[in-house]
Ligand binder design. Sequence first.
Ligand code: ZN
Length: 553
Amino acid sequence: MPVTADLLLANATVLTMDPARPRARSVAIAGGRVLALGADPSGMDGVDAREVADVGGATVLPGFHDAHNHMAWFGLSLSEADLRPEAAPTLRDLYEAVTAQAVATGPDGWVVGSGYDQNKLEAHPDRDGLDRAAPGRRVWLRHTSGHMCVVSTAVLADLGLADRPADVPGGKVVTDAAGRPTGLLQEKAQELVGSLVHPYPLSVVADAIDQAGLRYLSEGITSVTEAGIGGGWIGHTPVELAAYQSARDTGRLRVRVELMIASDALHDLSAHPGDGIELGLDLGIRTGFGDDWLRIGAMKIFTDGSLVGRTAAMHEDYAGTPGDRGYLQADAGELTATIIAAHRSGWQVAAHAIGDRAIDLVLDAYAAAQQRYPRADARHRIEHFAVSRPDQVGRAAALGVVPVPQGRFATELGDGMLAALGDRRRDWLYRQRSLLEAGLTLPGSSDRPVVAGAPLLGVHDMVNRRTATGAPFNAAEAVPAYEALRAYTSGSAYASHAEDSRGILAPGRLADLVVLSEDPTAVSPDSIAGISVLATFVDGECRYDSSGSSALT
Ligand SMILES: [Zn+2]
C-alpha cells in the first residue's frame, strides 16, 4: 500500500542540511511533517501525493531560523520614522524626517524614530536639533543598536532632567561640557523613557508581531528567537507574552517563536529549598515550556552595551578615546549571581556580552555555575560574542557555550566597529570560522531591527565579510555558503534545543521550508544577496508565495 502525502515538491534541488543525507530532488509532506525525501525529481516509490508542485529546479532548504531578533521592536519600527543611514544619510535628513513624522503624528503624540547610527552621521542628534525639528514635541529617537536613544527637551522636562544631570547605575545621561543634558541616554538610562511610554497596550504589540511575521515569511524565515521580553529597556510591557498568545489565537503568529525572558522579569519564587529553584517566573515556568509554535527560551541578561556605541565593556581603551573602555550594565558580582541562580533554577542563560571584559565575566559565571550545580546540556549562550580573544574561544568550547554572532553587522556596522577597535583587536571581531574549528555550533542571526534581518543578507555577509565601504571585516573568519546556511537552519535549532524537530529536512521533522530561486552554494559569493525567496512553508503549508498566486501549492 502506498502512503499518501499531502504535498509533493517535485523537481527540486534539496539541500537538507542533514549530514546523513545532504541532497535530494523531491520532498513529500504529510500532516505538517516531512514524510520522505526522494532522489528522483518526479517523486518517490510508494508515495502517492494529493497535490504535486513542480518547483522547476528551484532550491529547497529547511526554513531559516533567526536565532536573535527583536520581533515586536521590529514590528513597531515599521510605523516609526526610518532613520537608518540609507533613509537619512545626514543629520539634516534625520531632522527633516523628524519634522515629517511630527506632522504625521497627532499633536499630543510622541514622535518616534529608529535606526540612526552616529558613525554614519557627523554626530549623535541632540535635543536642540530635535526641538528645532519638532518644536515643543516629545521626540524619542532610538540608536540602531537599541543601546541608546536621544530625546527632546519636552521628554527631558517630563523626567525632571531638562537642566540638571543625573546618575543612573548601568547607564548614562550624557551632558555637554557645561553639565547640561544633551538628550542622549545610554543603556539603562533609557529605562527613564520607558517609564513614560510603557507599558504598551497588548493590541499594539500583537499588531507589531503580525506585521513583523508577514515580513519574515517573505524572507524565508519560519522560526525566530525573540531576544528579550517582559522587562528592562528591551521590554514593551510586563505582560508581553500575552501579546504573542493573542497573536496566535487570532491566526497572526506567522512564524514559530521562542521567547527569551528579560532577567528583570525573573524573581524569587519561594519554592521548597530542596527544589533548587531560586529564580524564575510564577508557577516555576522556565526554559522549554510551550510547544513548537510558541515556547519560552533562555533568560536574557545584558552584561554590557554596544560596540558601535562604544559602551561595551573592554579590557583596553577604545581606539581614539583614551580612558574609555565602556562599562558593565550592573555590578559584576550581581550579574554573576543572577546567572548562577538562573542556571541552578533550570534556565538556559543567554548573556549579551560584546566586549572581551564582558565575555570573561560570562565565561567565569558559566564555569562557576556548572562547577557548583552541574547540569548536562545546558547550552548557555553568549549573544554577540563580538570581541573575543583566542583563549576565550577555547574556553567557550570547553564549557559547551553557544556563541551567537550576527553576520549582517559586517556591512551595516562594520566600519564603526573597526574604528572603535583599532588595529590590534581586529582579528578578534565577530568570529565564525574559528568557532567552527573549535567544535562550537554556529547559529545564524541578525539582531533585527539593529540591522536588516533577511537571512540571505546575513548569509551573504557571513561569506563575504566586507563593510559598507568595502573594507575587509576580519575576513579570516569568513565561512563557505554551506556553513552559513547550516548556521541559519540547524545551528539556530541547536541553540534553541530544537534540533530534534527542525533545522534539517528529514522524515519526521517539521515541514518548515523555503524555496529559493538559486542555490546559494552554487552561485558566486557576491551574488548571494540577490537570490530571491520564491515561497515559504510552515507546518507543511505555503504561507508565502512570491508570485502572489498559489502556484506552488
Ligand atoms: Zn539584540
